[in-house]
Design a protein around this ligand. Structure first.
Ligand code: G3P
Ligand code: CA
Length: 269
């Protein structure tokens, strides 16, 4: 079945598969987004960084050792930073075996491969620009790739793509480069500072323990750069009671490793 997007108001709450359905498949791989699609989830989140030779790849950590077999293949290249390896070297790594032997041979995807698979699956993306301070110009480069892959047309911009970062400067850069893109700031700035964020961020994506009814209401009271009420997504919510708690605060979305658990919890809420 085609996963539905859920950002068009058809869903009360957008459930986003964090790093793909990372509770069930190795994070940030094509297997993880396929798994989310098979479970019926139209929204996924990922993390984008850059190789030594300037290619964009999808991986969470700044180093390769936790989620690949890089130590085995390149034992003398500590600390195994993504930015110190070429795309060709990274393409040789196994990004699945650490998670489960059934995923042996799964690769670290390039952002291009990842976007192609999302298009094929009819899925939508919260793209995180990860560690932008390590990769000068990564915002412009990412947008150029998205444009080339057809992800900056009006249909995609309306309800298929959100760009987020822990770096406010990075979110502002994305907004300034392409004001039509929906953006999110990853963090929970004090209420007194929210107005400043509302100039370049359509939403606040906050760590779930930092959220409250009052905070979510304060964000909702502001309008973002597209003149719509700012939204709040909570991360990373992996338990039913936590999902019900943030749902009661009125969040607009939940980012989770186990989207089925969250969907079931909020449907019954
Ligand atoms: O999307 C929210 C979440 O991904 C932020 O934390 O460390 O998982 O990238 P992290
Ligand atoms: Ca992330």
């Amino acid at each position: 079945p085609t996963p539905h997007a859920g950002a068009d108001g058809s869903d009360r709450l957008v459930v986003v598969a964090h790093r793909g359905a990372s509770g069930y498949a190795p994070e940030n791989t094509l297997a993880a987004i396929d798994r989310a699609a098979a479970m019926g989830f139209g929204w996924v989140e990922n993390d984008v960084q850059r190789t030594k030779d300037g290619r964009l790849v999808v991986i969470h950590d700044a180093t390769l050792d936790r989620t690949t077999d890089v130590k085995k293949l390149f034992p003398h290249r500590a600390p195994w930073r993504v930015k110190d390896f070429t795309a060709k070297e990274i393409a040789r790594l196994d990004a699945g075996s650490w998670y489960d032997h059934r995923y042996a041979g799964v690769r670290v995807p390039t952002l291009k491969q990842y976007m192609e698979r999302l298009s094929h699956n009819h899925q939508s993306l919260i793209l995180e620009i990860k560690n932008p301070e390590l990769y000068p110009g990564i915002e412009r480069q990412t947008l150029a790739l998205l444009d080339k892959e057809g992800w900056l047309d009006s249909g995609h911009l309306r309800n298929r793509l959100i760009v987020q970062s822990f770096s406010a400067a990075s979110v502002r850069t994305v907004h300034d480069l392409r004001p039509a893109i929906s953006t999110a700031y990853l963090g929970t700035p004090p209420v007194s500072e929210l107005q400043a964020y509302s100039r370049f961020a359509d939403q606040i994506n906050g760590e779930y323990t930092k959220l409250s009814l009052g905070y979510v209401s304060a964000v909702h009271a502001l309008k973002g750069p597209h003149d719509k009420p700012m939204r709040v997504f909570a991360w990373t919510v992996n338990k039913a009671d936590e999902a019900r708690r943030v749902d009661d605060f009125g969040v607009d979305g939940v980012i989770t490793n186990v989207p089925d658990v969250v969907r079931r919890a909020v449907t019954a809420n």
